[in-house]
Design a protein around this ligand. Structure first.
Ligand code: PEP
Ligand code: MG
Length: 570
């Protein structure tokens, strides 16, 4: 038996066998060959295998996700059948006497360059499909198995370097009871998705993941970030006790499901859920969420080769509104960049992606992309209390420009005679320190604020939110961070607008009273954290929350504030 601790990112206990997903080595070396025919036959085999894999994926996508998503694979099948594409590889082998892997790599580059040079934006986006197909062929040439997640049939705990959003989504339909990743932290997107699905997870385990053998028996505590490999009898017995206590706590929390959020003396705090797909709203509604405080719309754009159409977006936003049945649904416009990639946009790699061309900066530049989303939102707003939120705002100009494009979207819809709701509320995320400092001015421009503490902490403490080496510097209770939140809440309260927190801090155990004491009115978090937040608030009066917040804000360091908080929690 051995155990280790890493970052607990999604609470819950799991006991199952490990399923280790090996990292893929896709580096290509330019080897010279002599047997041209044999090398060309390797290409033919790899292509045939790829075709079969794509056909299976197509069927699964149609069954599990929908016909529209399955069409991506139809496009892949057409491309992989194109004689020019295959000859591109076999000719390179013949003419340059290079190995199949290298021919695949060069052919991919050639075709991608050709697609990128086309005038049509749709054709340019096909370069991402070429990349996908070529990667599949290369994996077949190198004998790397197709995604191990596809073949899961038994309960297991997945061990991987990291999981892409589509991997995490796949996990939702498999008997995966937990996962452990080498990289990442509480705010990496696989962690966020784990919490919204209620799957226990531990991240940032580093090299420890290499010590876990495939099939090993594991115990996982997602709250403590603890992993036990090959537990002995005594540890198994302790774990069973812990599980019993967890089940009892869950039963206690269930009483809060139909209660409104707020302190024991009636100060109202609205408790809402964060979602990445419309279907996530089902859990928010089931667990007593009073709305959706953050719909990360970018998840609709990720892990696919093309962009979602206005119609597809409209259906997704409408579905979320319908599931929430009249309760508020705050939909954040496209927030890509940083650790979130959208292949179809083919954004250049940047030195400092979190500080770069991202989110509202892209939308204000690519107005067609923005208009399509805004049109879909305005149309879907007929089906509920849909509110629009702009991310990464750093200035008044950005708000005004975004609102002007929103007006343009309304004018276009009106001219077309389309049905839509022109009276949507518009808010912004406060996640850049200057926005918090200038919140008194920004509050006059919008209907609500939502504080994105994941980024606010990252930017104010200058600590990359996904770099586990410096995660010790990522401190939500840093008095500087609390002051920024307090300033934002004060500005919102003075201007009569709602102020929420939708970063991970909102759902961190014990934080709800702190944020309430700082003046926040709404808290939005993973569905699995909502009941505990209601219970935390109901256990205190507003005066107690305020006294705690005042003390933490006045602390001389993050360490002092953390000690005070721990003592208060008992
Ligand atoms: C945040 O920054 O706190 C936030 C909610 O947005 P995201 O995590 O998607 O960047
Ligand atoms: Mg953010």
């Amino acid at each position: 038996m051995f155990k280790f601790k890493a970052i607990g990112v999604s609470e819950g206990l799991a006991h199952a066998k490990a399923l280790v997903i090996k990292e893929e080595d896709l580096t290509v070396v330019k080897d010279t060959i002599t047997d041209v025919a044999a090398e060309q036959a390797r290409v033919t085999d790899a292509v045939e295998k790829a075709k079969k894999q794509i056909e299976v994926l197509r069927e699964e996508a149609e069954k599990n996700i929908g016909a529209a998503e399955a069409e991506i694979f139809d496009a892949h099948l057409l491309m992989i059948d194109d004689p020019d594409f295959i000859e591109g590889m076999t000719n390179l082998i013949d003419e340059d006497k290079v190995c199949a892997e290298y021919a695949c790599f060069v052919n991919c580059e050639n075709f991608q360059a050709m697609f990128r040079a086309m005038d049509d934006e749709y054709m340019q986006a096909r370069a991402a499909d070429i990349g996908d197909i070529s990667k599949r062929i290369l994996k077949n040439l190198k004998g790397i198995a197709d995604n191990a997640l596809d073949s899961i049939t038994e309960p297991c705990i997945v061990i991987a370097t990291d999981l892409t959003p589509s991997d995490t989504a796949k996990i939702g339909s498999k008997p995966v009871v937990g996962f452990v990743t080498r990289i990442g932290g509480r705010t990496s997107h696989s962690a966020i998705m784990a919490r919204s699905m209620g799957i226990p997870a531990v991240a940032g385990a580093g090299d420890k993941v290499d010590e876990i053998e495939d099939g090993a028996e594991l115990l996982l505590d997602g709250a403590a970030g603890e992993v036990v490999v090959a537990p002995d009898e005594a540890t198994l017995a302790q774990f069973a006790e812990k599980k019993k206590a967890e089940d009892a706590r869950k039963a206690m929390l269930a009483q809060f499901k139909d209660k409104q959020g707020g302190t024991s003396d009636g100060r109202r705090i609205v408790i809402e859920g964060n979602i990445g797909t419309p279907d996530d709203a089902v859990r928010v509604a089931e667990l007593g969420g009073e709305g959706v405080g953050l719909f990360r719309s970018e998840f609709l754009f990720m892990d696919r080769a093309d962009l979602p159409s206005e119609e597809e977006q409209y259906e997704a936003y409408k579905k979320a509104c319908e599931i929430m049945a009249g309760k508020p649904v705050i939909i954040r416009t496209l927030d890509i960049g940083g650790d979130k990639e959208v292949p179809a946009l083919e954004l250049e790699k940047e030195q400092n992606p979190f500080l770069g061309y991202r989110a509202i900066r892209i939308c204000l530049n690519k107005t067609d992309l923005f208009l399509t989303q805004l049109r879909a939102l305005l149309r879907a707003a007929k089906y509920g209390d849909l509110r629009i939120m702009f991310p990464m705002i750093s200035s008044i100009e950005e708000i005004r420009n975004a609102k002007q494009i929103l007006e343009q979207a309304k004018d276009l819809l009106k001219a077309e005679g389309a049905e839509f709701n022109p009276d949507v509320k518009v808010g912004i995320m406060i996640e850049i320190p200057v926005a918090a400092v200038c919140a008194d001015m920004l509050a006059k421009e919008v209907d609500f604020f939502s504080i994105g503490t994941n980024d606010l902490i990252q930017y104010s403490c200058a600590v990359d939110r996904i770099n586990e080496k410096i995660s010790y510097l990522y401190r939500p209770l840093h008095p500087g961070v609390l002051r920024l939140i307090g300033m934002t809440a004060k500005a919102a309260n003075e201007n009569g607008i709602e102020v929420g927190v939708c970063g991970e801090m909102a759902g961190t155990p014990g934080m709800a009273p702190v944020l309430c004491g700082l003046g926040v009115t709404n808290l939005s978090m993973s569905a699995s954290a909502m009941l505990a937040a209601k219970a935390d608030l109901a256990a205190h009066t507003y005066a107690e929350c305020k006294e705690l917040a005042d003390k933490l804000v006045a602390a001389s360091s993050a360490t002092d504030a953390e000690a005070m908080f721990a003592e208060w929690r008992g």
